[in-house]
Design a protein around this ligand. Structure first.
Ligand SMILES: [Zn+2]
Length: 393
């Protein structure tokens, strides 16, 4: 298969693929200033770093409720009714939606993980699928045998598994330590909801006289799991907590749409976290709070929130938010080299430039631009104006 006239980082190219999807060659084509109708743009494969994929079944449920009421009144009672087959159907729908919007990998947290794994394998996604755990699962520790039984015979090259304590308010300190030991022993990620709301932070201070990150540090969680710690949301943090997260080189996941929908706040400290050495990534969260799994939309909202809340339009430009949604995610999940070059699998989306988003680009300026400038022009339109139809290869 040959993909002609594809802009890769602003360079017009011809990509030849083998039947196995591995890139045979990438050749440069000189761009002569022709119209964009016949051309397309390669968007690197995106990584959705915080999902509950089967929640497509609960899309938009509980709209208008704050997090704790939303969980207890709208979500947990409905989830209690879900069968493994329901979870497979929901996850399959999620994988298809993610592929249609440019995502190649996701980091999931749910129960009945074998259902989600099945959906990910069938749709060719990369995934880390974590078994979500609360104190209710600790009665006889059967979840551990369930997890081990599920992963024992797992030999899909693109799937990894891990354990995910739901949050500090649903898992006791002792059980968090047990799960951190488990993650350390099995070398898995430790994926947890962290400091999502002001209430979570204030309750933690009331109960333990310290905020959530200090509490986890004092339990020894970071010493056990180190950079395999993945904290979803990480919204309500102080300077000292950011420093602790940076010292351990952990990953945090910003989920802007979910935070806005649940009224959790718009105070994600991107620059401070990045500068402290935290691996900042991006996610949508489940469809009950983010309503969709569109990472292009999430990139737009993340970038706009940083510009708006800091009163500075230069913060988090398109190129940098793309790094957050790609390279930083690849690093967190330990994915292989995704760049478009001979010998690698082709993992980009092909975005046609034959639509209203791109059609009024000034071709004289575009033709005289450097590849970097062309890339910036296309990427800005893609992220801020909308992606139209995408074809995942
Ligand atoms: Zn979540």
């Amino acid at each position: 298969m040959t993909i002609n006239n594809l802009f890769i980082k602003g360079v017009l190219s011809k990509v030849t693929l083998g039947d196995d999807g591995v890139i045979k060659s990438v050749e440069e084509i000189s761009y002569k200033g022709q119209g964009l109708e016949e051309l397309s743009f390669a968007l690197p494969g995106l990584v959705n770093m915080h999902t509950h994929s089967a929640m497509t079944l609960l899309r938009s449920v509980g709209s208008g409720l704050p997090l704790f009421r939303w969980l207890n009144e709208a979500i947990f009672p409905r989830e209690a009714e879900l069968t493994p087959d329901d979870i497979y159907r929901g996850a399959l729908e999620a994988c298809e939606e993610m592929r249609d919007t440019g995502t190649i990998a996701f980091n999931d947290m749910y129960f009945n993980i074998e259902s989600t794994i099945r959906a990910a394998v069938e749709t060719g996604m990369y995934a880390n699928v974590a078994l979500s755990v609360t104190d209710r699962d600790f009665g006889n520790r059967s979840f551990v045998s369930q997890y081990l039984k599920t992963v024992e015979h797992l030999s899909y090259p693109n799937i990894t598994t891990s354990i995910a304590p739901h949050a500090i308010y649903t898992v006791s300190g002792r059980n968090l330590q047990y799960l951190a030991d488990f993650a350390k022993e099995h070398k898995t990620l430790f994926h947890i909801h962290l400091s999502e709301t002001q209430k979570e932070r204030e309750d933690c201070i009331k109960q333990y006289s310290m905020p959530p990150v200090k509490y986890l540090e004092q339990l020894g969680i970071f010493d056990k799991v180190g950079s395999r710690f993945v904290g979803a949301h990480a919204l309500w943090l102080d300077e000292e907590e950011i420093q602790i997260l940076g010292n351990h080189k952990v990953t945090v996941v910003h989920c802007p749409n979910s935070n806005l929908k649940l009224g959790s706040g718009c105070r994600f400290l991107y620059t401070e976290l990045r500068d402290a050495g935290v691996n900042v990534t991006l996610g949508t969260d489940g469809c009950a709070s983010s309503d969709n799994l569109d990472m292009v939309e999430a990139m737009k909202v993340m970038s706009l929130l940083q510009k708006g809340t800091r009163h500075d339009p230069s913060v988090l430009p398109a190129e940098e938010v793309l790094e957050v949604a790609t390279t930083n995610g690849y690093r967190a999940l330990g994915l292989p080299d995704m760049s478009i070059k001979a010998g690698n699998r082709f993992h980009a989306s092909i975005v046609s430039l034959n639509n209203r988003i791109f059609k009024n680009i000034d071709l004289r300026v575009f033709a005289d631009s450097t590849p970097q400038e062309r890339h910036t022009t296309l990427l800005n339109r893609l992220i801020y104006a909308g992606h139209g139809d995408m074809l995942m290869c």
